[in-house]
Design a protein around this ligand. Structure first.
Ligand code: UTP
Length: 287
C-alpha cells in the first residue's frame, strides 16, 4: 500500500471564527508566521505525500495564491536582497503538486472528501483537517501511513479526551490489537461522558482505502443535511476493518478562537527565535 495523495478539506464557512472569517478563509489565519493550512501541507509532504488536493469553495482564492508562485514579490525580494524571505516563499510554491477542487455546497466533511474521488483515482489516501496542528516527533500523517501499511486498512488518528471532549468529538469503541493500535468496533459522534465507549476520540487525520467513497455515497445526511465522515466510516467498517492509532505527539485544535489562542501561545513558546522574549513577557503578566 503506497500512499502518495492527500486531501485537505478547506471549504467550510469557519463560523466559529466569525467575524475573522467573514472575508478571509479560516485556513489562512496565521498561527505565528504561517497560515494554518501550511502546517498541514508541510506535515503531508514530510509524510511522503506528493499530490495534494485542497477542497475549496467561494472566497477561498487566498489559499490558491498562497501555494502559487508570486513572480513580482520574488523579484522585489531579490532586488532588496531579502534572500531568506525569497527562499521561503519559493519553497512554499514548490512543496507539492497542488490540485484545487470546488465543493459547491457545504454539505459536510464527508461530502467535501467525496469531491476528491476522481483525484484519488482508486488509491488509498490521507485526509488532513487544517484546523488541527500537530507537533510530533514523527509527522502525525506518517504515523498513520505506517500503521495503514502494516494493517492494509483505513486508519484514523485517535487522541485521549476528557469528559468535555466527549461532547466535541466522535468517540470509538476500541479493541486493542497492538501498542497504540485499536480496531474500531463502533463509534458515536459527540456522545457526552455518559454514552461514550471510551476516552479515545477521532481527531483530524485519516488514511482511507478507496472504498470510503462508496460508503460516503451510501451515507444519509444528518439532521442538518450534512454528510458526516464518522457515519461513512461506520458503513466502511461493515465491509472491512478500520483501525485507530493513538498518535505520539501534541495536537493543537486551532479551529475555534480559544484553541487557536492556546495553540499560538504553545507553539510560540517552542520557537527558538522568539521563545525567550515571549516567555519573559508572559512571566511579567499580572495574572
Ligand atoms: P469544521 O467544522 O471544523 O470547519 O470542519 P468549518 O465548517 O469551516 O467551521 P465551523 O464549524 O463553521 O467553525 C473541518 C474541516 O472540514 C472543512 C472545513 O473547511 C474544515 O477545514 N469542511 C467542512 C469542508 O471542506 N466542507 C464542509 O462542508 C464542511
Amino acid at each position: 500500500m503506497k500512499i502518495r495523495k492527500a486531501v485537505i478539506p478547506a471549504a467550510g464557512y469557519g463560523t466559529r471564527f466569525l467575524p475573522a472569517t467573514k472575508a478571509q478563509p479560516k485556513e489562512m489565519l496565521a498561527v505565528l508566521d504561517k497560515p494554518m493550512i501550511q502546517y498541514s501541507v508541510e506535515e503531508a509532504v514530510g509524510s511522503g505525500i506528493e499530490h495534494i488536493a485542497v477542497i475549496v469553495s467561494r472566497g477561498k482564492d487566498a489559499l490558491l495564491d498562497h501555494f502559487d508562485r508570486n513572480p513580482e514579490l520574488e523579484q522585489f525580494l531579490r532586488e532588496k536582497k531579502k534572500t531568506d524571505s525569497l527562499r521561503e516563499i519559493e519553497r512554499i510554491s514548490a512543496l507539492a503538486e497542488f490540485h484545487y477542487i470546488r465543493q459547491r455546497e457545504m454539505l459536510g466533511l464527508g461530502h467535501a472528501i467525496l469531491q476528491a474521488e476522481e483525484f484519488v483515482a482508486g488509491e488509498p489516501f490521507a485526509v488532513l483537517l487544517p484546523d488541527d496542528i500537530f507537533d510530533c516527533p514523527v509527522p502525525c500523517t506518517r504515523q498513520l501511513i505506517t500503521a495503514a501499511e502494516e494493517y492494509q486498512a483505513s486508519v484514523i488518528v485517535l487522541g485521549r479526551v476528557d469528559a468535555e471532549g466527549t461532547k466535541k468529538y466522535g468517540i470509538i469503541k476500541p479493541h486493542p490489537v497492538a501498542e497504540r493500535v485499536f480496531r474500531v468496533d463502533d463509534m458515536i459522534e459527540k456522545p457526552g461522558p455518559e454514552r461514550a465507549f471510551s476516552d479515545l476520540a477521532i481527531i483530524g487525520r485519516y488514511v482511507f482505502t478507496p472504498e470510503i467513497f462508496r460508503s460516503i455515497r451510501n451515507t444519509e445526511p444528518d439532521s442538518r443535511g450534512e454528510i458526516q465522515i464518522t457515519d461513512a466510516i461506520k458503513l466502511l467498517r461493515q465491509e472491512q476493518p478500520v483501525y485507530g492509532y493513538l498518535f505520539e505527539g501534541t495536537r493543537y485544535d486551532c479551529g475555534d478562537k480559544l484553541g487557536f489562542l492556546k495553540g499560538s501561545v504553545s507553539l510560540a513558546l517552542k520557537r527558538p527565535d522568539y521563545q525567550e522574549e515571549f516567555r519573559s513577557f508572559l512571566k511579567d503578566l499580572d495574572l
